[in-house]
Ligand binder design. Structure first.
Ligand code: FES
Length: 141
């Protein structure tokens, strides 16, 4: 039976907020950083890979933030693509029509969890990301 991997408690992400995490997972036998984001909207949680479909960089690579000025949409800080929080689809920007990769999450006893056998017990904060913002490892609000 697959184990649940706890990301954080639900109360750590307020309504209409987004929080980024850098997890670690095994890829071809190598521990690799895996940046993700978890958004909360309308009481529901949505998780996506933190990787813009345009050039593959983290959405917060330039701005240290995930949301547009009004806090309604996910925004890529590099070229300004906007994504719906609900489905991760880009509706404005150079990757219009493409989507962020959704990650299935499970809410278990107040915790936001993933089911992924490739995840490791260590986080990926110490692992080098070639296109990452140097100091942004976990961001919120
Ligand atoms: S890298 Fe995200 S819009 Fe270009």
């Amino acid at each position: 039976m697959a184990e649940l991997f706890v990301i954080c408690e639900t109360q750590e992400i307020q309504e209409e907020n987004v929080r980024g995490f850098v997890l670690a997972r095994m890829v071809d036998g190598t521990m690799t950083p895996w940046p993700i984001l978890v958004a909360r909207k309308g009481g529901a949680f949505h998780a996506y890979e933190n990787k813009c479909p345009h050039e593959g960089v983290r959405l917060d690579a330039r701005t240290e933030d995930f949301l547009d000025e009004d806090g309604n949409f996910l925004k890529c800080g590099t070229h300004g693509a906007l994504f719906d929080l609900d489905d991760g689809q880009c509706f404005i920007g150079p990757c219009k029509g493409a989507s962020l990769k959704r990650i299935d999450i499970v809410i278990d006893d107040g915790d936001i969890c993933l089911i992924d056998d490739s995840l490791t017990e260590e986080d990926g904060l110490h692992l080098e990301e070639p296109d990452a913002h140097p100091e942004v490892v976990i961001t919120s609000e």
